[in-house]
Design a protein around this ligand. Structure first.
Ligand code: 5GP
Ligand code: MG
Ligand code: MG
Length: 180
């Protein structure tokens, strides 16, 4: 049972789903006259995007991007590498970037610059979690699900060594899970 590796549940499944209903309604209202392109950042944003899009009651195109940052696991260099690019052109499109969490902000500031360069008409960032204490660049999300304090969280898309993405909630790992 992977549940046994969790020290504490920080945001419950019910809290996540309730917030997603609110965010979905907000996006529906904002984009009802448009046909936006929702870009999910793999792999972390997958569960959030899946649930959020089910609450978005208007036309929307879905696409995905996979990026990794160079450098080691704990210190991000700020250089981002595209592992999988979009299938769609963003030129003239209203782009909604969907992320799991914003920490340093480096990944998203790279994506925002890239989509501006590619002539997107508008760019909005929707993130499930925001960790403002980790910020290294000046970047703000337009829509935030929950603000979280400094510390490492897993679940609902967020991994530790590629595990725990499939948890239905956001939690904190037990200490012993990190030490092997
Ligand atoms: P940023 O570029 O904003 O520093 O971080 C972006 C990525 O780092 C996130 O999309 C996520 O994959 C990872 N990340 C940042 N904070 C956490 C965290 O608390 N837990 C997990 N599992 N991943 C995180
Ligand atoms: Mg991510
Ligand atoms: Mg990760």
């Amino acid at each position: 049972m992977i549940q046994n590796d969790i020290e504490k549940i920080m945001i419950t499944e019910e809290q996540i789903q309730e917030r997603i209903r609110e965010l979905g309604a907000e996006l529906t209202e904002e984009y009802k006259e448009l046909f936006p392109l929702a870009v999910g950042v793999l792999k972390g944003a997958m569960p959030f995007m899946t649930d959020l899009m089910k609450r978005f009651d208007s036309y929307v195109e879905l696409d995905f991007m996979d990026v990794t940052s160079y450098g080691n696991a704990t210190v991000s260099s700020g250089e981002v590498k595209i592992v999988k690019d979009l299938n769609t052109s963003v030129e003239g499109r209203d782009v909604i970037i969907i992320e799991d969490i914003i920490d340093s902000g480096l990944t998203l500031s790279y994506l925002v610059d890239l989509f501006k360069y590619r002539k997107a008409k508008s760019i909005r960032i929707v993130t499930l979690l925001d960790k403002p204490s980790g910020r290294k660049v000046n970047l703000e999300a337009d829509i935030v699900g929950f603000e979280v304090p400094d510390g490492f969280v897993v679940g609902y898309g967020l991994d530790y060594a590629e595990k725990y993405r499939n948890l239905p909630y956001i939690g904190i790992l037990k200490r012993e899970v990190y030490s092997f």
